[in-house]
Design a protein around this ligand. Structure first.
Ligand code: HEC
Length: 318
């Protein structure tokens, strides 16, 4: 009895390649349908989300009921048109000359009301100015420091490690000087607004007369890109309010473009490094991916190309 069992089991072991080959193709039709449906659901959702991300809102907006759209304009401001920013291209860095001019616009116009308290002088070094230039610019401002040996606070010229000087000593002073409205800190303003640099650019130039039927309170200004339409900030950029040292035309839209580029850099100071790192990673990963395909084919080729042949055991008469 024992010997017969042993003989049977050894025969099974001998036949196993054949059993293996046949079981691999025995998925039932139900299983095949279920797996097909699951795969299509995953593929459709991925494709749906990707397509939704690239279809611009302008195509969808006309399909919305008119009332919803009109309400949206008052509530959220007009949709800022998309501008062709150099730095938006996948392989482009910031336009650093524009950052330099934008800093000048910020310093000469916006800094009267807006602080940029997260930016230090040293951040400009190598980005828009040389170290010597930044040292000189910082030294034009007085900073309180101390205490000294006598325990007194003293004033000293600014250094590279100081933050940009603030426009107002505190929020209350800022509000008092601006009719109750607080000019927000511009260090991260591009990140903080829907539409990012497109919005800031459109806002700076979006001042018009209010449309008929809309009255604006004294001290407020109509700007169609500002949510609600009435903004406390008066139009700040006009043609030729800043004189550029490099001779770039100083019309209002050029000033707005440059200051917006500067503010975008302030919000995304890592932008250029990030893109360079991304390109390096994609190049290296591309090479590794190619190598891994080669390695996989190299390792699997004997297994994939082997032929499994069934040799019938010799049947002996017992
Ligand atoms: C005279 C003071 C003053 C000057 C100069 C000024 N602003 Fe303003 N800014 C304000 C005030 C006040 C607000 C707040 C407006 C409000 O909330 O109604 C504001 C708001 C803003 C906002 C935020 C808008 C929003 O969506 O909340 C941005 C961005 C801005 N200013 C950019 C600038 C830039 C860039 C410049 C320089 C070109 C500049 N401002 C010059 C006073 C000023």
């Amino acid at each position: 009895m024992f010997f017969t069992r042993l003989a049977r089991s050894s025969r099974v072991a001998q036949w196993s390649p054949v059993r293996f080959a046949s079981t691999s193709t025995t998925a039932t039709p139900n299983k095949i349908t279920a797996s097909f449906l699951a795969k299509s659901a995953v593929l459709c959702s991925v494709a749906g989300v990707s397509i939704a991300a690239i279809v611009p809102d302008d195509i969808i907006d006309p399909l919305l009921p008119a009332g919803a759209d009109a309400f949206d304009l008052i509530e959220n401001g007009m949709h800022a048109p998309h501008q062709d920013w150099d730095h938006r291209a996948w392989n482009k860095t910031f336009d650093h000359q524009s950052i330099r001019r934008g800093y000048q616009v910020y310093r000469e116009v916006c800094a009267a009301c807006h602080s940029m308290s997260l930016i230090s002088w040293r951040n400009l070094v190598g980005v828009s100015h040389t170290e010597a230039e930044v040292k000189e610019m910082a030294a034009e401002y007085e900073y309180e420091d101390g205490p000294n040996d006598q325990g007194e606070m003293f004033k000293r010229p600014g250094k590279l490690s100081d933050r940009f000087p603030v426009a107002y000593p505190n929020e209350e002073a800022a509000r008092a000087a601006n009719g109750g409205a607080y000019p927000p800190d511009l260090s991260c303003i591009v990140k903080a607004r829907h539409g990012e640099e497109d919005y800031i650019f459109a806002l700076l130039l979006g001042y018009t007369e209010p449309p008929p039927g809309i009255s604006i309170r004294d001290g407020l200004h109509f700007n169609r890109y500002f949510p609600g339409g009435a903004i406390s900030m008066a139009r700040a950029l006009y043609d030729e309010v800043v004189d550029y040292e490099d001779g770039t035309p100083n019309n209002a839209s050029q000033l707005a473009k440059d200051v917006t580029t500067f503010l975008t850099w302030a919000s995304y100071p890592e932008h250029d490094e990030r893109k360079k790192m991304g390109m390096k990673s994609i190049a290296i990963m591309g090479i590794l991916f190619g190598l891994s395909i080669w390695y996989k084919r190299f390792k699997w080729s004997p297994i994939k190309t082997r032929q499994i042949v069934y040799k019938a055991p010799k049947v002996r008469d017992v």
